[in-house]
Design a protein around this ligand. Sequence first.
Ligand code: HEC
Ligand code: HEC
Ligand code: HEC
Ligand code: HEC
Ligand code: HEC
Length: 484
Amino acid sequence: MPSTYKKLINLVSRSKVSVIGALLVSILLPVLLVSIAFDSLGLIENPYFGFLLYVVMAPLLVLGILLLIFGILFSRSGEELGTYTVEYLKEQFTRPGRYTRIRRLLYFTVAITLVLVFVIGLASYSSFRYTSSSQFCGLFCHNVMQPQYTAYLHSPHSRVSCVECHLGKDADWAERSRFTGLKQLWAVATDSYPRPILPPITALRPGRKTCEQCHLPEKFHGSRLYSREHFLPDEKNTRVRTVILMKVGSGDIGGRRAHGIHWHVSETQQVFYRAADREREIITEVRQVEKGKKDVIYTRIPGIDSATVSSGAVGKLRKMDCVDCHNRPTHIFLSPDEALDRKMAANIISPYLPYIKRQALAVIQKDYPSREVARVEISRSLQNWYRKNYPELIGNNPNLFARTVKGVVEAYMDNVFPAMRVTWGTYRNNLGHSKGSGCFRCHGKLRQVDSGRVISKDCNLCHVILAENEKQPEIIKSLKGVIE
Ligand code: HEC
Ligand code: HEC
Ligand code: HEC
Ligand code: HEC
Ligand code: HEC
């Protein structure tokens, strides 16, 4: 064995390329193995450690191994190596007691190959896994993804990784995104990315298949009851409630026809649409397609709103999918009202402080040059106002006041990112009609070509409103504790 080893060293040192390769391998291999062990035990939390490890060092190691092999096979002495091997083999075969050495050589080669395959495999798998992690996506391009990452962390999907939605299981998408991934890395490196990042994102848009890994609207049924708390901007921060029964419905199940809100994603009748703008706000045509039936075509009612549609600006026909309504399943940015209401309902911002809703609304909606400035200014102006108007109250409840101020700052921090030009209302939510036109992009705006029947905007089509901003809704009493 030692002589084989010596020969190997000889081989390597014959070419500069393989010497470089060997150096890389011998330095990186032990460092990497130890680091990967540390990382998999979760001893190091820093996201840049992962980046260094999997995106810089692991590929370098693979490069080292490739250089090593390349150098041995194709160095200037490559010919020599060829004749050397042939001579050597000839000699082995003609000698008495042959085969033993050749067998040893074979074992050696197989062993080396196995080790190489294992190391390359481990390095590339770890790199792949790491670049697929939410940590990499969300933190590496820290400033760029900060708004989306922050919103994601607060959403029902915070345990679903970025790639599960943005790459999905669709090979086609995976291919495309790897390509755009390079483009995006370039955009970050050259600082040429758009601020804010524009929706709808074209290349990495989650498709219907993506959501259907976990949700099957065919299997939904019935309705769902929502109860939401709001606080009015008066002295008492009066608490009111809205209670709605949403007709969630389903795509066809058990022979029952699709109905309710998820009627749009039934396979029996499909909905296609065409929009005149990039944001898909101005919808000019809707087509309801059912096998064996004539297509039902709806067109925009002329002059229905101020949007003007020039005839040339009309896009491709798109099949409607989950993301046309659920465009914010995880990057949920709230309105100032909602952001405060949620914190007040959770008593993080105390509704006990007079006028807190009104004062907080005013301070979080101001323009601040950066998040750091906002943090300071928001707490300072709240403190000034309460010190002036309710000095005793805050003097007696310092903890409650401190917690409230922190809550107001958080309401801002969760939703506004001046560096990325993301502010209140930058991203519209199509699920509903309060933040952007949402459902009303079609409902009430288009009519059937043949019959003139308008896509209904009836207030009971999608939900039944059981109470709207009421202090003591009757319905809550009737439900006897089902919602408190
Ligand atoms: C539950 C699925 C889901 C997950 C998980 C998810 N996204 Fe998204 N993402 C979406 C959808 C849907 C859109 C909007 C697509 C559209 O409007 O075309 C989007 C849009 C974006 C955008 C474009 C800007 C915007 O807000 O519209 C960025 C950037 C983004 N996501 C980054 C991330 C990052 C980083 C992560 C992980 C930390 C992540 N996403 C995780 C579904 C997801
Ligand atoms: C890997 C699984 C997974 C994928 C992929 C996924 N979701 Fe979800 N989704 C979940 C889970 C789990 C919940 C429940 C979370 C909870 O109740 O806290 C959820 C909740 C939801 C909810 C209800 C939220 C609420 O407030 O009650 C909606 C709507 C939703 N998902 C839509 C989508 C859409 C649209 C997509 C595709 C862009 C998608 N999901 C992709 C796992 C997934
Ligand atoms: C026409 C618009 C629209 C389309 C298309 C749509 N949804 Fe929904 N979906 C809604 C609305 C509205 C709700 C109920 C309101 C809410 O959750 O705030 C809802 C509720 C849900 C919920 C929560 C249901 C519950 O009872 O907890 C999930 C999960 C969901 N949708 C997934 C999907 C998936 C997956 C698709 C695509 C196959 C899809 N939706 C297509 C509008 C839509
Ligand atoms: C791209 C256009 C489009 C958008 C956007 C859209 N719808 Fe519809 N919707 C339609 C069409 C077309 C019909 C069928 C109208 C008819 O038969 O009169 C329909 C029908 C419905 C129905 C009745 C289904 C049944 O039981 O027959 C409900 C409920 C509904 N939509 C809810 C919603 C909700 C909620 C949203 C927003 C989250 C929404 N729609 C967004 C096009 C749209
Ligand atoms: C095409 C379907 C559709 C129609 C028609 C419709 N809505 Fe809605 N509405 C929704 C959806 C979806 C939501 C829930 C959005 C969400 O989850 O935040 C909603 C939410 C609401 C809310 C609650 C907002 C809150 O405080 O959270 C009110 C109030 C409301 N609708 C009033 C109306 C009135 C009044 C009409 C009649 C002019 C109407 N809606 C017609 C789909 C519809």
